[in-house]
Design a protein around this ligand. Structure first.
Ligand SMILES: C[S@@+](CC[C@H](N)C(=O)[O-])C[C@H]1O[C@@H](n2cnc3c(N)ncnc32)[C@H](O)[C@@H]1O
Length: 328
């Protein structure tokens, strides 16, 4: 059985059940309130997710997307550390637990899982949804505020998903340093925007300074070759749209693409890709153009033509975010 498909279906089912008790109009209004809040000034002094309606809206509307983004980042990380799987997981700013679902979808089995967040209603709902996932049955959902007093217990894996975005610079630094001191591996995911990428690079620098090596998406742990302000490294994960999405956003597309930036790094040896496809490949007649980030700390464009035989066929199948060349 494909573990990841079944975990994502279970999550989708649990989220549909959650909305069953909420009239569509109320759910739609809660999502609109949430979007307006997130457009306002963040960081905030108090949680944005204040009550069950806020959290149910967040879970139904955003959790499938953050889950797919983290799952995609973890998949790339797992490819770079094939012998490793986490014996414990702490999800900081975990909210309703999207990253815990993504970890259980990436690695089989169970492990101690702790979710930390300052929003009690998010933790309560996360615990409720997690009842549908056997790997999360014993997860601990704990209230914690990210700030100078943050202390993380030692663990194998710390995830920080869509959280740096909500913190002021000093708290971002505290959080990344606390994750680096507590964990063997740290995975940080942010929205795939120029600002999200800038926060990922800031975190990446701190992890490297703390002795970590970058496992993904970068092919190396040297400086990012993107000239600041000219571009941003990001990827895309496909997310099926729920009926709530269609209600709020209109349109009839059955999916949307969640753009995200990320870094996955570890204290132990990692095997990063030799190059990664960093834009959607352009397929032309008889040729494929691939934009690559390479081990030699540079970005390049490669043209693969029919003359390249098997490599050309592989290039036609290559996707944004994939390793290049593909593993034999
Ligand atoms: C956008 S949500 C992301 C939730 C989850 N990680 C995900 O990927 O779906 C940001 C989360 O960070 C939490 N958060 C923001 N600032 C925080 C702080 N100072 N201390 C603890 N949690 C915080 C919020 O309560 C919220 O659950």
């Amino acid at each position: 059985m494909n573990v990841s498909v079944s975990v994502s279906e279970t999550l989708r089912g649990a989220l549909t059940d959650l909305l069953d008790g909420l009239p569509p109009k109320q759910a739609g209004q809660a999502v609109e309130r949430l979007i307006a809040n997130y457009r306002g000034a963040t960081p905030t002094d108090a949680p944005i997710l204040r009550d069950r309606a806020d959290v149910a809206a967040y879970a139904a509307y955003r959790m499938p997307a953050t889950f797919e983004a983290v799952r995609s980042a973890l998949e790339a990380f797992a490819d770079a550390v094939p012998q490793w799987s986490p014996a414990g997981h702490v999800d900081v700013g975990g909210g309703t637990g999207a990253a815990t679902w993504a970890v259980s979808s990436t690695w089989d089995g169970t492990r101690p899982v702790t979710v930390l967040d300052w929003a009690e209603p998010a933790l309560a709902l996360g615990r409720e949804i997690a009842a549908a996932n056997p790997a999360l049955r014993d997860a601990r959902w704990q209230r914690a505020r990210i700030g100078t007093a943050l202390a993380l217990d030692p663990t194998d894996l710390v995830t920080v998903s869509y959280v740096l975005n909500e913190l002021a610079a000093p708290d971002r630094a505290v959080l990344v340093d606390a994750a680096a001191s507590a964990a063997q591996a740290v995975v940080i995911v942010e929205p795939g925007t120029p600002d999200g990428y800038a926060r990922v690079i800031e975190a990446r620098d701190r992890l490297i300074a703390a002795g970590f090596r970058v496992a993904a998406p970068c092919p190396h742990s040297a400086a990012c070759p993107i000239v600041p302000g000219t571009d941003w490294c990001h990827f895309s994960a496909r997310v099926s749209r729920s009926s709530l999405h269609r209600q709020v956003k209109g349109g009839s597309l059955p999916y949307e693409d969640e753009k995200f930036s990320y870094v996955a790094a570890a204290r132990f040896p990692v095997s990063p890709v030799s190059a990664r496809v960093v834009r959607r490949p352009q397929i032309r007649k008889g040729q494929v153009l691939l934009d690559l980030c390479e081990t030699e700390e540079r970005l390049s464009r490669t043209t693969v033509t029919k003359k390249h035989g098997d490599l050309y066929r592989a290039a036609r199948d290559a996707d944004w975010g994939d390793a290049w060349p593909p593993a034999p």
